[in-house]
Each structure stands twice: as C-alpha cells, then as structure tokens.
Design a protein around this ligand. Structure first.
Ligand code: FE2
Length: 441
C-alpha cells in the first residue's frame, strides 16, 4: 500500500506544479511553510504508534489562503512543512517519511477538490455557506489524513486498524477537529491583519498539543499503576512469576479473536493483569504453601476474587474491572466460586480470563511441575469445556493458535515487564556483603 500512495502524491505534486501558476506570493508560501515546520517540530507519540501533530491548522491555513496559487501552494506546504525532527534522525525509515509526506499531500489535494467543488455555494456569500465549505473541506482533510495514517500504523505494527484507532485518534478527535476552524481563522487573520498576527495562534495550537500529551501521560500513568499493582502479587507469589502479564496477553488475544470492541478488549487485558490481586489478602502460609491445601485453607484461598473486587472498587478508573475479577473462578456449569454463577450470567470477560488463566498455568513451568505443552493443554480445556469453560472461548483460543501460533499473544500494547520476584530480590540482596554486615552489626 505504501508505494501506490507515495506514487499518487508524486503525481499530484507534478500535476499542481505544471504549468506553474502565475499568481503566487512566494513570501507567503515560505511563511506558511515555516509556520508548519514549527508546528511539526512538536509531535506527540500516542499509544498505538501514531504521531499527533498540530500541523493540520497551518496546512489548512495555506489551503484557505487565496494568494498561494492553490492547489500548488497547499500541496507544497504539506510536503515540505510537515517534516518532523524524527524524519532527520532516520526514524521512521525513508519510505515511512515519504509515506507521511504523501499522506499530507493527498489529504491537502482532496480538501482542495472539495473546496473547488463547493465554490459555487460560496458565491452566494451567505455565512452559513462559508461555514459549510470550511467544515466539508476540513472534514475531508482530517478523514483522509487520519485514515491513511491509521492504515500505515496498522500495517506496520500488524495491529487491526480498529485497535490503532481506539488507542490513538479516537481520544484526540476534538483536538484534531478544532484545528479546522483555527486553520481558516489563521488564513483570514494573515490576510486582513498581517502574517505577524498568526503567531498568536500558536497559543491555542500549543493547547491542543498539550491535550494530546496529557492523554498519553494519563494513559501511561494508569497502565504503569495497574502493572505495578499486578507485579506486587507476582513478586509475593514466587511460583507464578509473570503469570498475570501472560494471562492478560492471552485473554486480550482471545477477546480480539471473538470480535469484541477494542475498549472491551482493553478492559479484559487490564482485568487479566489484576485478576489475582486479591491474593494479597490471603495469608502467606496458605499462598506460599508448597503442599496441597486442606479444606479450610482452600476455603480461605477461594476468597481471593472477593478480596480483589474490594481492592479495586474504590478506584473509579478500575470499577469496570470489578465484576471481571470477582467472577474469574466461576465455572460455566455453575460449580465455581464465589457466587456459583453459570453460563451467560458470568461476565464474558471472566469466562475469557478463566480460560487464559488455565491455559497459561498449564503451558508454563512452575517450581513444583513442568509445563505440559500446548497440545495437552488444549486437550484439557476441551475436556472441561461446558463444565468449567465456556465452549465459545475455548474454540476462539483454539482458532487463534491454529491460525497464528503462540506469537498471537505478543500483539499487545502492554509494556514488557522485567520480573524479579520478592524471593529473588531477597536472595540477591542477601548476597550483598554490605547488607550482610549491616545485619551482623
Ligand atoms: Fe484466581
């Protein structure tokens, strides 16, 4: 897809430049290019790999400026002005850089075509007609620009386009759309007041950029906190190092295979990370007992989903995870705990997590036994489907691994975690002579 898009943009640039339009204000052209370059110097990397910039407004300003011999002016501003510092550092690769430039050129040209097509509407001079024209041209620009960007990221990261959209652009749509009227205003002010007045527009543009970066920061903070919580239980329970992280990835992959919406997939991934957080409330002598638990101990251990739900409930951002964590040990036939729910009464996320949990436990080595391998794990899941597991979920896991292999579980946006369990940390620190001396003293 990359090369046809780059070729199309090349043809557009040739088409708008030959013959060279006679009435071009080259100083103005240089001015918009510099303003766009300044805006492009401040990209924000969103989750999902998309880079958001505030270049939409100055490129649209060039589109609405009548002194640039458009579409010549806007296409060249879009091509030259949108170079970002990372392009000069060699990230992305040269074809990625060319694709991004092509994206801006094509969306600018598409917006110009809309402007041309609706010009007859504008001749009526009615303010409403003008607003409609700005909305139509700006809307087409934003749609073409972001669709091509999403497609490229989806192909590059082998991630469904819906996921890239959910992670990135869907959360900053207002910041992007607000640049459309801003672009028109910048062109008007530059014409009526003077180009210097455009500098004032850097303030709302920086505000838009601030909202992009705040979204990214908040999300990173949230995922970081959830991950830290999840590691707390992994660190305590030395038997299950990295278990929650893998359950989360497997559960997310199953949910995606079942066609759930990205927001729901994310919820299931988070619940997968935190499903056993309630084990913090289980006494160490039970949690870390190397032998089989007796009946009383089993009963106490079985309270961990209730503890987990109560730990998460006070945090508003974690509230949607509560039912998923609460019911992650409910069996499909109603024989599970804590409430004995059955069938579709169990939240779908919990039905997915119990399968991911069992599959992960069977396919990873533990201190007390070796992994049994994928084939035998699937045999077990199939044997207990309809009793312990939802057959639809087991089928989805089977289909997922058949089509993509275990690599399917790596396609997650979650940060990779370097684990060191508490037991390992204690051992490592105990070997440190300074600490030994301090204890001795
Ligand atoms: Fe559990």
């Amino acid at each position: 897809m990359l090369y046809p898009v780059i070729a199309a943009a090349g043809l557009i640039l040739v088409r708008v430049s030959l013959p060279l339009p006679t009435e071009i204000d080259f100083i103005r052209l240089g001015f918009w290019t510099v303003i766009t370059l300044i805006a492009a110097a401040l990209p924000v990397r969103l989750p999902g790999g998309v880079h958001a910039t505030i270049t939409t407004a100055p490129v649209l300003a060039a589109l609405f400026d009548t002194g640039l011999g458009n579409p010549f002016g806007v296409c060249w501003v879009a091509f030259v002005g949108t170079f970002e510092p990372r392009d000069f550092r060699g990230e992305p690769k040269w074809y990625g850089t060319l694709f991004n430039r092509a994206d801006w050129v094509i969306s600018s040209y598409a917006a110009w075509l809309v402007l041309l097509g609706t010009r007859s509407v504008l001749t009526t001079g009615a303010p409403l007609a003008m607003v409609l024209q700005i909305v139509a041209a700006g809307g087409v620009f934003a749609i073409v620009n972001n669709t091509l960007g999403l497609l490229a990221n989806s192909l590059k990261n082998q991630t469904p386009i819906s996921r890239v959209w959910a992670l990135s652009v869907s959360n900053i749509v207002i910041g992007i759309v607000s640049q459309v009227p801003l672009g028109w205003l910048m062109a008007e002010i530059a014409t009526r007041v003077g180009p210097w007045a455009v500098i004032l527009f850097m303030v709302p543009l920086l505000l838009a950029r601030f909202s992009f970066s705040k979204y990214t920061e908040t999300r990173e903070l949230f995922f970081g906190s959830v991950s830290a919580l999840s590691q707390a239980i992994d660190a305590k329970d030395g038997f299950t190092r990295g278990h929650a992280d893998r359950v989360s990835r497997i559960a997310g992959a199953i949910a995606r295979e079942m066609g759930l919406a990205e927001k729901e997939v994310e919820l299931i991934e988070l619940a997968g990370l935190l499903h056993d957080i309630g084990k913090i409330g289980v006494e160490d002598r039970i949690l870390m007992k190397p032998a089989r638990l007796d009946d009383d101990e089993t009963e106490l251990m079985r309270r961990h989903p209730i503890y987990g739900a109560s730990i998460l409930r006070p945090a508003a951002a974690l509230l949607p995870l509560v039912p998923l964590v609460m019911h992650h040990h409910e069996n499909y036939d109603g024989s599970g705990y804590p409430e004995g729910l059955s069938g579709d009464a169990i939240p779908l996320g919990s039905r997915i997590i119990i399968v991911a949990d069992a599959y992960e436990a069977m396919t990873s080595d533990r201190v007390y036994r070796k992994a049994i391998g994928h084939e035998r794990a699937m045999d077990q899941l199939n044997r207990y489907k309809s009793r312990q597991f939802d057959p639809k979920v087991v089928r989805a896991l089977d289909a997922l691994i058949t089509s993509r292999g275990v690599a399917a579980f790596e396609a997650s946006d979650l940060p990779q975690i370097e684990y060191e369990t508490l037991a390992e940390l204690r051992r490592r620190l105990a070997q440190d002579p300074l600490i030994r001396d301090a204890h001795a003293g």
